[in-house]
Design a binder for this molecule. Structure first.
Ligand code: ADP
Length: 175
């Protein structure tokens, strides 16, 4: 049976683990016969959203573009994994309105853990005032109120998060 497309939307702070979990999810979904595309926020900003800033308006434009492309792919049967901070609840919900097959995954890692990891050294720069408007420091992050899935990366390994996502997708009838 051909799998139907859907959007698996990972939201969370910088360094929460969105990219890491997405990259581990992709092969797990492919093994289950899915065609998978990964839209990673960092990469999108070098192509589709090149030139956009981190103001609320440009962040929203970025998310709407990602949502639009993800929707085009998913309606053609592709499972689209999106890994993007996507800090604004209303904008994420706009994508949800456009795409009925939308699964929100909250990668719930506390700010202090993300900052402690500081994978890209960005938190240090934000604290030093070298980056303005950094999510979680001097820019908002609005947590999802009813995400389909929560990955708690302080309690779970990446493998456990992947297993939880897959089993939830089975439960929801996507796999
Ligand atoms: P994001 O894409 O959300 O900015 P990244 O995936 O780039 O975050 O970075 C997350 C970092 O946290 C990686 O260095 C990853 O190895 C680490 N990490 C530690 N534990 C976990 C976990 N349980 N799940 C995901 N990432 C984890």
């Amino acid at each position: 049976m051909k799998n139907k497309g859907f959007i698996l939307w990972l939201t969370g702070l910088s360094g929460a683990g969105k990219t890491t979990i997405s990259k581990a999810l992709a092969p797990a979904l492919q093994e289950r016969g899915c065609q998978v595309e990964l839209l990673d926020g960092d990469l999108v900003r070098t192509h589709l959203s090149k030139g956009l800033s981190f103001t609320k308006e440009d962040r929203d434009t970025n998310i709407r573009r990602i949502g639009f492309v993800a929707h085009l792919l998913s309606r053609n049967g592709v499972v689209v994994i999106v890994a993007a901070i996507s800090p604004y609840r209303a904008t994420r919900n706009e994508v949800r309105q456009m795409e009925p097959n939308f699964v929100e995954v909250y990668v719930q890692t506390p700010l202090e853990v993300c900052e402690g990891r500081d994978v890209k050294g960005l938190y240090a720069k934000a604290r030093a005032g070298e980056i303005k408007g950094f999510t979680g420091i001097d820019d908002p992050y609005e947590e999802p109120l009813n995400p389909e899935i929560i990955c708690n990366t302080t309690k779970e390994t990446v493998e456990t998060s992947v297993e939880n996502v897959i089993s939830k997708l089975e439960h929801l009838g996507y796999l």
